[in-house]
Design a protein around this ligand. Structure first.
Ligand SMILES: Nc1ncnc2c1ncn2[C@@H]1O[C@H](COP(=O)(O)OP(=O)(O)O)[C@@H](O)[C@H]1O
Ligand SMILES: [Mg+2]
Length: 262
């Protein structure tokens, strides 16, 4: 168990150990926010290749801001983000997507309902130089998702909530990312759809070797899935443990009420 000591600080060395080695994605002492507002304080993260990390914590804790900072949507005041040893801290979002192979599935519905399933998928390839390239990858993606393949030519509005989420996630595959950031994949979905979404995530991690960083308000679902779980409170990392252990941690209730491990 890795827990914040005096200054609510979980040490990067402990995070290395939890990740089972040097992180493929590594964040060191990050201070980030929006405009002049600091949201994340001294935040570090480690995740090995092909593993999954789930961020949980109360509303407003800064979970989405972690994903935004990794992707280039938040302002970084200090600290460093490296991917496979390469410093990507200051790359723009599109440069990250293209060169550093990070994709971001944003929170909320981003499916275009009046476009077909196939057209929605192809939107994931807007940064590719050749449309043929996007088509080839889209075919491969459709082949592995029968529910989408069967409706490829129909407007996406016919899809169920769970299928739409799967479409959003699979759209991120068009750029063949190494790392996929996913914000609240279960939000607004009924239990069966949530299971379907997590099966999709499991496939990405276990069969395709993708490295996943997700935010989940459904802590039970997110932490039972994830290799590593982090608790964020008031912009600080207050606890980091293997996902399953964190789920069973009696202190979780207190942390979720906005308290801090100290
Ligand atoms: N684009 C933004 N501009 C300014 N402040 C923001 C923005 N996004 C989030 N915030 C603020 O940052 C804090 C953390 O938000 P967020 O990272 O979305 O938390 P969480 O995802 O844990 O609910 C909140 O106080 C929120 O109001
Ligand atoms: Mg959020």
């Amino acid at each position: 168990m890795v827990e914040a000591q005096n200054a609510n600080r979980v040490r990067p060395a402990d995070l290395d150990e939890l990740a089972g080695g040097e992180g493929f994605v590594a964040i060191d002492d990050l201070h980030a926010g929006y405009g002049r507002m600091h949201i994340l304080h001294d935040f570090s993260l480690r995740i090995a290749r092909g593993q999954s990390l789930c961020l949980v914590g109360p509303n407003g804790a800064g979970k989405s801001t972690v994903l935004n900072a990794i992707y280039g949507f938040a302002k970084i005041f200090s600290g460093a983000i490296t991917l496979g040893g390469r410093d990507v801290t200051t790359l723009s979002a599109s440069a990250k997507l293209k060169a550093a192979r990070i994709a971001y599935v944003l929170q909320g519905d981003s499916v275009f309902p009046d476009m077909t399933v196939e057209e929605n998928l192809l939107m994931g390839g807007y940064l590719l130089e050749h449309r043929a390239q996007a088509r080839t990858v889209a075919e491969a993606v459709l082949d592995s998702y029968p529910a989408l393949q069967a409706r490829r030519s129909e407007n996406a509005r016919v899809l169920s909530g769970g299928e739409r989420r799967v479409l959003e996630i699979s759209r991120a595959l068009i750029m063949d990312p190494d790392v996929i950031l996913i914000d609240e994949p279960s939000i607004g979905l009924e239990p069966r759809a949530i299971d379907m979404v997590f099966e999709t995530l499991r496939d990405l991690r276990d069969e395709r070797g993708k490295t996943l960083i997700l935010v989940e308000q459904n802590a039970r679902k997110g932490l039972s899935f994830a290799d590593v779980g982090y608790v964020l409170a008031a912009g600080r990392l207050v606890k980091a443990e293997p996902g399953g252990e964190l789920l069973d941690d009696p202190e979780m209730g207190r942390l979720f009420l906005g308290g801090r491990a100290s």
